[in-house]
Design a protein around this ligand. Structure first.
Ligand SMILES: [Zn+2]
Length: 340
């Protein structure tokens, strides 16, 4: 026991004085490893008189633990001294401000598209995509838009070939036709995407903007399904219940057709967003016209449904209170950085 006690203080002093890992390793080998001092002490225990053995064994084990702990602490001390040395030689100064690394952010249209896709996906809708260059047939003919309809006016549509067979799609409804022809009813789908109109641009008109088409085809679908879907949509966008109303509207691909208005989310008694009316025109919608179903090979006697064409750009403007549609695709980083 005596030798164990003296040894403890001697070894600790040596460890504290050690200036390198090599020295520590030598001490470790001398004391703790096979054939070392501690092993020698433990081997001598059986030769002691019986009553002294337990205490001597404990003392030898205690010595072993203390040396190990002291070695661990000394290694940490050496490592942190190394680090300090390295930092000061590299001119490292922990008090300097961090370097700014710029981060990108999602465009507000992408943000809303993703939110709405999640929302509709949770209600069992497919999220579909389609070509931006469309055939005249998908964009107009199959949607019950006859040759003389104003929507086909050369002023509105970008045509891609002299015969006028290909157009830049003027609405995402074109994908509705593709969906009805490829998928079998019952079906629910939304189609977010870019559309194009030949327009003179101003604060509320842009030649390229975003829409989100929605269709539901099933048995016994009524206007009530349409209204409740629109209310879920508005709750998702504005985070609370918003009153809606339907007004009659004419669109060739629906019968009956409606204009759906939402109660202005920004005021109680009129503001510039709702033009003092407390209602905001939100989207055209209606029950899908039997001719449209028939043109896609769906029997209107069995199946019915509704469709809506949400102005995604307009909704983004309402949601983020943006006053000029041209900001959306203007590519100005000062505008875009506000949405990070
Ligand atoms: Zn208002």
């Amino acid at each position: 026991m005596e030798s164990a006690n003296t040894l403890t203080s001697t070894v600790k002093a040596r460890i504290e004085a050690a200036g390198s890992d090599t020295e520590l390793r030598a001490i470790e080998r001398e004391y703790l490893e096979k054939g070392g001092v501690v092993a020698g002490l433990l081997a001598a225990v059986p030769s002691l008189p019986g009553p002294e053995r337990p205490a001597a064994g404990r003392a030898a084990n205690q010595l072993k633990l203390e040396i190990a702990a002291a070695l661990g602490a000394a290694r940490e001390r050496l490592a942190s001294a190394d680090l300090d040395q390295e930092r000061s030689s590299a001119g490292f100064d922990a008090s300097l401000p961090a370097q700014h690394s710029p981060r990108g952010s999602l465009h507000p249209i992408v943000q809303l598209t993703r939110e709405l896709s999640d929302l509709f996906h949770s209600m069992g809708f497919l999220v579909l995509d389609g070509p931006e260059v469309e055939t005249d047939e998908h964009n107009f003919e199959a949607l019950n838009i006859p040759r003389d309809h104003p929507a086909r006016d050369m002023q509105d549509t970008f045509r891609c070939d002299p015969e006028g067979k290909l157009v830049l799609r003027t609405h995402t409804s074109a994908v509705q036709v593709r969906a009805m022809r490829q998928l079998k009813p019952p079906m629910r789908a939304i189609v977010p995407g870019k559309v194009f109109r030949q327009e003179t641009t101003d604060a509320s008109h842009e030649h390229t903007f975003h829409q989100m088409e929605g269709i539901v085809i099933d048995k016994d679908i009524t206007v009530a399904h349409l209204i409740s879907t629109m209310k879920v949509l508005l709750r998702g966008v504005f985070g609370r219940e918003i009153e809606v109303r339907l007004r009659p509207g004419y669109f060739p691909f629906v019968e009956p057709g409606f204009e759906l208005d939402a109660r202005c989310p920004f005021c109680k008694s009129g503001c510039s967003v709702c033009k003092q009316s407390t209602w905001i025109e939100l989207l055209p919608c209606g029950m899908i016209h039997p001719n449209v179903l028939r043109s896609s090979g769906i029997d209107p006697e069995t199946w019915g449904g509704f469709a809506f064409g949400l102005g995604l750009s307009r909704l983004v403007m309402l949601r983020f209170q943006i006053d000029d549609v041209r900001h959306l695709l203007g590519g100005d980083l000062r505008f875009l950085e506000q949405f990070s």
